[in-house]
Design a protein around this ligand. Structure first.
Ligand SMILES: Cc1cc2nc3c(=O)[nH]c(=O)nc-3n(C[C@H](O)[C@H](O)[C@H](O)COP(=O)(O)OP(=O)(O)OC[C@H]3O[C@@H](n4cnc5c(N)ncnc54)[C@H](O)[C@@H]3O)c2cc1C
Length: 322
């Protein structure tokens, strides 16, 4: 029997798995095809690809700064320098923030933390039962496992659906609002663009990243990631699937209009709606641990909207377990 079953391979799941692996027998499951969760990297071919979710890290806490410094030394992450263009005055402050990105893709941190861990991908947890003092876990492919302890790191609504009947505190009475957003991945002809990213004050398009500026690959085409604002995501994440072409073209048109970049040819597009992109209101605890039944919860939603919050939450859970 497993000591720990961990659900989720994003920063929270990979961090807690990495901490526990030294002492316990564990397995990590994720419904996605690969590691990273919302820090996903969409490969086009070879090392050419797009940071699909998380855009960059700007460490704030002392602990996370020290962790990211160690990853820079190990060449897991690096600085994203360059000219980040502000199309409005309001966000100019952000220019001071350092921007860290994965060496090959923004899922590199999770991949690094999980390198010695048994992971099962494309395995969605769909049923949880307590059975003779252990967890009886059922997955979508009808497989089962038994584990003494269970840790769930899914976003708030998914964690609530899976585990709320076992949580004795009022944790799930909290109102955690998850922001939605829409991402368009775009490959065009070489445009001669000199900027690394664009911040906008537009109501619909919030940010554009120029992927070639991350210096992970050399390619005769330009790769872009267009991120909608949360307001736009809120209006359209539930219905964009029926009109993918319309929403893709709408955000591309916004991009060219705002940046004045001239596109002659489009080679590839992909659109994705993030229902649970990030949450806005932090809770007053960092993680949840019920030692009696061996149930743990951690995730960015405990502390805030950024990857760092997921890492801090997982570290806090590890302290509680120990
Ligand atoms: C578009 C976008 C841009 C962002 N930009 C930034 C940024 O610039 N800077 C920043 O710091 N943060 C950013 N974020 C937020 C950041 O990505 C998250 O804070 C962080 O990735 C959360 O990590 P996590 O491990 O807590 O959750 P997740 O990464 O969501 O991991 C949860 C995992 O659980 C899996 N899962 C869920 N349910 C099940 C189930 N039933 N069975 C099996 N597996 C399951 C999911 O597949 C997922 O892999 C962004 C997010 C998005 C979406």
């Amino acid at each position: 029997m497993l000591d720990f079953c961990i659900i989720g391979s994003g920063i929270s799941g990979s961090t807690i798995a990495n901490c526990l692996n030294k002492k316990y027998k564990l397995l990590l499951y994720d419904k996605a095809k690969g590691a990273g969760g919302r820090s996903s990297f969409k490969r086009y071919k070879g090392n050419i690809g797009f940071d699909h979710g998380l855009q960059y890290l700007s460490p704030r806490s002392k602990e996370f700064k020290s962790f990211t410094n160690s990853l820079i030394k190990k060449r897991v992450i690096k600085h994203w320098k360059g000219n980040h263009k502000f199309l409005n005055k309001r966000v100019r402050r952000d220019k001071k923030h350092i921007k860290l990105i994965g060496f090959k893709g923004n899922n590199d941190i999770s991949k690094y933390l999980l390198k010695d861990i048994d992971c099962k991908f494309q395995s969605e947890l769909i049923g949880i039962k307590r059975h003779k003092d252990c967890w009886h876990l059922k997955f979508k492919d009808n497989s089962f496992i038994f584990s003494k302890n269970l840790i769930v790191t899914a976003p708030f609504p998914q964690s609530k659906k899976l585990t709320s009947r076992f949580v004795k505190t009022k944790l799930f009475n909290n109102k955690v609002t998850m922001n939605a957003s829409i991402t368009v991945l775009l490959m065009t002809n070489k445009t001669g663009n000199k900027f690394s990213s664009f911040f906008t004050n537009d109501a619909d398009l919030g940010w554009v990243s120029y992927e070639n500026s991350k210096k992970r690959f050399k390619f005769d085409k330009d790769l872009w990631v267009l991120q909608s604002t949360f307001e736009y995501g809120k209006k359209h994440t539930d219905n964009y699937r029926n009109k993918k072409k319309y929403f893709t073209n709408y955000l591309i048109n916004k991009f060219t209009k705002l940046t004045k970049i001239k596109i002659k040819k489009i080679y590839f597009t992909h659109i994705h709606g993030w229902k649970y992109s990030s949450n806005s209101k932090p809770l007053n605890i960092q993680s949840y641990w019920d030692k009696k039944i061996g149930l743990g919860l951690c995730g960015d939603w405990f502390g805030g909207p950024r990857l760092e919050n997921g890492w801090l939450s997982a570290k806090d859970l590890f302290k509680k377990i120990n």
